[in-house]
Design a protein around this ligand. Structure first.
Ligand SMILES: Nc1ncnc2c1ncn2[C@@H]1O[C@H](COP(=O)(O)OP(=O)(O)OP(=O)(O)O)[C@@H](O)[C@H]1O
Length: 380
């Protein structure tokens, strides 16, 4: 059992406040990913959890016990770093067993634990090798093995895949997901890569400038981003944003004037919206649809064919939008195209960048329901 709770964690380096009161619950066996742009404070937050950095204020609790003053070695956590930090003169087996040797674990027991971790990570044939005779992915697995042998209550990963090439990152992502299943452990994972966050997390924590922007399951964040930042950060290719003007609102939603003069009703709550108000329409590339009758128009600037699907980059009057189309779409660069969008999948953001609340929410999965119950702040 390991539940981690952060209460109002803040961190200052001299005059700079890099974490501004973080509240978070990481439930037992959850895979939680901290994601956000460079410098948002995610590594600092992980290092505070690990005990490598102290919080300026706030409380950290593991299973209800305050651990702020407990040293890093005694927190029952194990951290895997981006730089693998393996000892070059030691074999894989000795690298993996090193912390156990320091802890004076008897040799037989040490060997058994290392062998078991090597089995889980498929490193058995490599136990006698030195790190320099390993590939990047194999070194990273050894670094993970070093954490596994310590049988931590919580695993902490700090961008562990960023030194690997794209293909290996995909493979390691799958292995980490499998590892999470097999070990049934609580894991906290830091990345700036929203695809890693989407594919691995039970729960994503989106950070920006030391503040939590939103916490939710991957699909919760995809369907219901609470603001423009989260909407633009989660999802690939990125969400498109278009300036629109409110005409009015009723029970169907908010009616807006689109760029080019067409109109549309977006099924979101119009509370507080006044006629003439400037808003932003957010539509994901996969929800923009080529349609000769569509209310939007532009000229294709670039076409990216990925095989199964094609990205069209379309220049509108004052925006460049991305449309995800069929792989076999026959359009060419410079074509004028018309397109529309799925209204029920569109978002509207006010002048502060806050999302107007959707009238028709997608049904939550069982996981999301459980997740929301566990979060006292998760009302809507
Ligand atoms: N020891 C330190 N002294 C002063 N400032 C620091 C220190 N460590 C981090 N910072 C600052 O704190 C902020 C957050 O850093 P942090 O490394 O947590 O960001 P991050 O989100 O992990 O970014 P990245 O993805 O680039 O690693 C940055 O502005 C950084 O410059």
């Amino acid at each position: 059992m390991a539940t981690l709770q952060l209460k109002q964690i803040a961190k200052r380096f001299d005059d700079t406040e890099v974490l501004k009161g973080i509240d978070l619950v990481v439930n037992d066996r959850e895979f939680v990913v901290f994601v956000g742009p460079s410098g948002c404070g995610k590594s600092t937050l992980l290092r505070i959890i690990a005990g490598l950095e102290s919080a300026s204020s706030g409380d950290l609790l593991v299973d209800g016990q305050r651990i702020n003053d407990v040293g890093p070695a005694d927190r029952g956590l194990a951290m895997v770093f981006q730089s693998y930090a393996l000892y070059p003169h030691m074999t894989v087996e000795d690298n993996m067993g090193f912390s156990l040797r320091l802890a004076k674990v008897p040799k037989g027991e040490r060997r058994a634990k290392v062998r078991e971790a090597a089995r889980i990570l498929q490193l058995e044939p490599l136990l006698d090798r030195k790190p320099k005779a390993l590939s990047g992915g194999q070194r990273q697995r050894v670094a993970i093995g070093r954490a596994i042998v310590r049988n931590p209550s919580i695993f902490l990963f700090d961008e562990p895949l960023s030194n690997l090439d794209a293909a290996l990152r995909v493979q390691m992502r799958i292995e980490l997901a499998r590892l999470h299943e097999e070990l049934d452990a609580t894991m906290i994972y830091v990345t700036h890569d929203q695809i890693e966050a989407m594919t691995m997390a039970d729960k994503i924590v989106v950070l920006q400038a030391g503040v939590v922007e939103q916490i939710g399951s991957p699909m919760e964040l995809y369907h219901h981003p609470c603001n423009r930042f989260v909407a633009g950060f989660i999802g690939s290719p990125k969400m498109n944003f278009l300036p629109v003007e409110a005409v009015g609102s009723d029970e169907r939603g908010v009616e807006v004037t689109l760029p080019g003069g067409g109109g549309s009703v977006v099924p979101v709550s119009g509370d507080g919206v006044v006629a003439g108000q400037s808003l932003e329409l957010g539509v994901r590339p996969e929800h923009l649809l080529l349609d000769e009758q569509g209310p939007l128009r532009g000229r294709i600037e670039v076409i990216e064919r990925l095989g199964g699907q094609t990205s069209l980059y379309v220049r509108m009057e004052d925006a460049l939008v991305t449309i995800t189309a069929d792989g076999d779409v026959t359009n060419a660069v410079h074509d004028e195209v018309r397109f529309g969008f799925e209204q029920k999948r569109a978002h509207l953001f006010d002048g502060q960048g806050l999302a107007l609340q959707g009238l028709h929410r997608h049904p939550l999965s069982e996981l999301e329901r459980r997740d929301n119950r566990a979060r006292p702040d998760a009302g809507a």
